[in-house]
Design a protein around this ligand. Sequence first.
Ligand SMILES: Nc1ncnc2c1ncn2[C@@H]1O[C@H](COP(=O)(O)OP(=O)(O)OP(=O)(O)O)[C@@H](O)[C@H]1O
Length: 285
Amino acid sequence: MFISLDHLGKDFRKKPRALDDLTLDLPSGMIGLVGPNGAGKTTLMRILCGIVAPTRGRVLADGRDLSDARTRRALKQTLGYLPQDIEPYPNLTPLEFLDYMGVLKGMGDARERRRQAGGLLERVGLADVARRRIGGFSGGMRRRVGIAQALMGSPRLLVVDEPTAGLDPEERMRFRALLASLGGERTVILSTHILDDVAQTCPYVCVLRGGRLRYDGATSGLVDAARGRTWITPPLPAPPTGAVVANAAATPEGTRYRVVADIPPAGAQPAEPTLEDGYLALVAR
Ligand SMILES: Nc1ncnc2c1ncn2[C@@H]1O[C@H](COP(=O)(O)OP(=O)(O)OP(=O)(O)O)[C@@H](O)[C@H]1O
């Protein structure tokens, strides 16, 4: 599915320009959406899912304008959304929950719903607990129920908000591998604060800050934003002023800072930038 944003903007009463003039063509496959708190990621995802209407501009899905109610209805049937705060009903089993979500998505055939639910639970590694109540599941297992429900109806657009937040490292890796297997023909938009998740799963990334698009393109290209601007300081008693600190390492003589800055701090040596440095160079104020 091809999504285009055309001068998209969103004002809230207390927050004008929560999104500001976004124009962008999203490719199919895995797309990372990153940015600091309040950058507008959730607002953008809600607009893409047809939950919130933009104040200005438009979204086109395969060339069709989402401001049209019929297009929105059609999109909702081919859309999977895993919101940040999903809490699957604790009294249901995963099979029951997926069946219910299938009904909400307009899947009328009960046999097909059961077939898909069974296959998806297999895929997310929950087949052996498919008939247990979700209430007794760990956070990671609930998140996997969440992704399975988002995949009911084989959506062509999958929107996933902060899926690995709060998971332990093993569950996070597992979830990441699962997400990586979902790309292909489908468009998957993955919003996250964890840059490493994007580096590992998304060839394409959009960086938002303060409602504006700061970067869109190959994830590997993010490093260029910090090229020639990344430095390691000598041991110092305090961080250098006027530089964005990307990392700090304590030494007996003081702290060595890894910084992104146009002008090198006194005595600093140039360093090869990483994705993180590039991201910081784009979003730091
Ligand atoms: N329903 C709303 N009413 C008023 N303001 C809102 C609403 N939703 C979002 N905002 C504001 O819009 C801005 C963007 O919020 P949004 O939740 O989209 O950012 P985000 O990038 O998802 O942030 P986070 O990473 O913290 O989840 C913020 O300043 C937020 O306070």
